[in-house]
Ligand binder design. Structure first.
Ligand code: K2U
Ligand code: ZN
Length: 167
């Protein structure tokens, strides 16, 4: 298993739209395993393939307290959206930045598991937020794009300053 490097905002590769996975083979399973290891080590509660510069529709999530309930979703699509919740979000691709984002309170997501079986998951609360956050990544959207233009400029300036200091 390998830890994968995570792209940092505003890397333009984070804006790429991921392609559907046609065949769930060994390479997809190995990628899912490496993404899960990378997510747990970060630590995070979700990770999209886009964030590790693989532009295929694959996400991993573990929003459990016990960190032992891994969800691996191939070609996930939101089929139901209901209500509204506002939560503080962060992102492994935007380190040190947290802000409130409005998302649906309840979602139903249809996906394939690693055996190619069609499944669906109904989620509310943090899991619903995480599913929407990760599926945004597959569409080339980072959570800061839900914020005001002024906040986005300030975030880019802050991250650019951090990059200069650590270079
Ligand atoms: O996509 C990612 O970078 C993973 C995010 C997923 C996430 C963001 C906001 C809300 C829920 C999930 C990371 O897990 S960011 C770290 C984190 C952990 C717990 C709660 C919020 C953020
Ligand atoms: Zn993220």
């Amino acid at each position: 298993m390998s830890l994968l490097p995570i792209l940092r905002f505003p890397d333009p590769r984070l804006k790429k739209v991921a392609a559907p996975i046609e065949t769930i083979d060994g390479s997809v399973r190995r990628l899912a395993r490496d993404m899960a290891e990378t997510m747990y080590e970060a630590p995070g509660i979700g990770l999209a393939a886009t964030q590790v510069d693989v532009h295929r529709r694959l996400i991993v999530i573990d929003a459990s307290e016990t960190r032992d309930q891994l969800l691996t979703l191939v070609n996930p699509e939101i089929v139901e959206l209901e209500g509204l919740q506002v939560c503080e979000e962060g992102c492994l691709s935007v380190p040190g930045i947290y802000d409130k984002v409005g998302r649906a309170e309840r979602v139903v997501v249809r996906y394939l598991d690693l055996d190619g079986a069609q499944r669906s998951v109904e989620a509310v609360g943090l899991l619903a937020v995480c599913l929407q956050h990760e599926i945004d990544h597959l569409e080339g959207r980072v959570f800061v794009e839900h914020l005001s233009q002024l906040k986005q400029v300030r975030i880019k300036n802050k991250l650019a300053k951090q990059a200069r200091i650590t270079a």
